[in-house]
Design a protein around this ligand. Sequence first.
Ligand code: GLU
Length: 302
Amino acid sequence: MAHPVNPYIGRFAPSPSGPLHMGSLLCALASYLDARANQGTWYVRIEDLDPPREVAGADQRILDSLSAHHLHWDSPPVYQSQRAEAYQHALQQLKHLGQAYRCSCNRKRLAELNHNYDNACRSRSISDNTPAAIRFHTDAARQAIHLETSNICFQDEIQGESGEDFHHTGDFVIHRKDGLFAYQLAVVVDDIAQGITHIVRGSDLLDTTAKQILLTLTFGHPPPIYRHIPVLTYDTGLKLSKQNHAQAIDDTSASHNLLRCLRYLNQSPPETLKNADCSSILEWAIEHWNLPLVPRCLSIPQ
Ligand code: GLU
């Protein structure tokens, strides 16, 4: 370990839509090692904001799996379902500043726009009785923070330069038409509240990052550092996910699972760890954590 970053507060933020699979364990392990190698804090946050996609008991199963792999978190896990007040407050703040507006566009229209929103509802006045989403007015927000360009670029410390031009992609949803808070809003409100300094997660979320950076800046905070690791894919190139029923990890082979994930992360655990227990593997991995060795690609086959 060369230079520990201080302070360092990281997190793993699974959605309880199913048990951990090898891809989510990989994210958990990478964020845990990055935090611990920097003598940082590591939180777990259960992102249970979307009841229709959740599986009863999955939160506890995820926590049990993390414990079985000795990935111990620092404070009791935060549940997003308990945080509605904070999200509502943030939403009110944006509305009050003219940085949020109601949008009644239907799915068909949005699909025709290829999900690059044309900001049509900015100039409409949609009554509170009409079912509507709430969008973030990216231009109003940029003006308020004196950001001239609509193109938010950032340097991901694994994937390199990335970004999004809101002039093309348009305003995004922060409160859904079905009444649920959108992931983009909740994740930013929570990352700010928890003082997260470093976000290590799967590259499938790289595309959401510029939105989160713009929201974070709008709330008056510096964005965290981002490190997007490659996602695991099947032979077909499809990402392992709970939606496509990726196999749950077997907690009885925890040390084997950790070694496998370390190899995906290109950390080359030595042969001597072959029969070691989880604590010894993690101890080695923290001491030898080498971020620059993590593959700089979006995906790797499992
Ligand atoms: N809850 C999100 C997921 O499981 C991850 C959010 C994040 O790490 O920002 O895909």
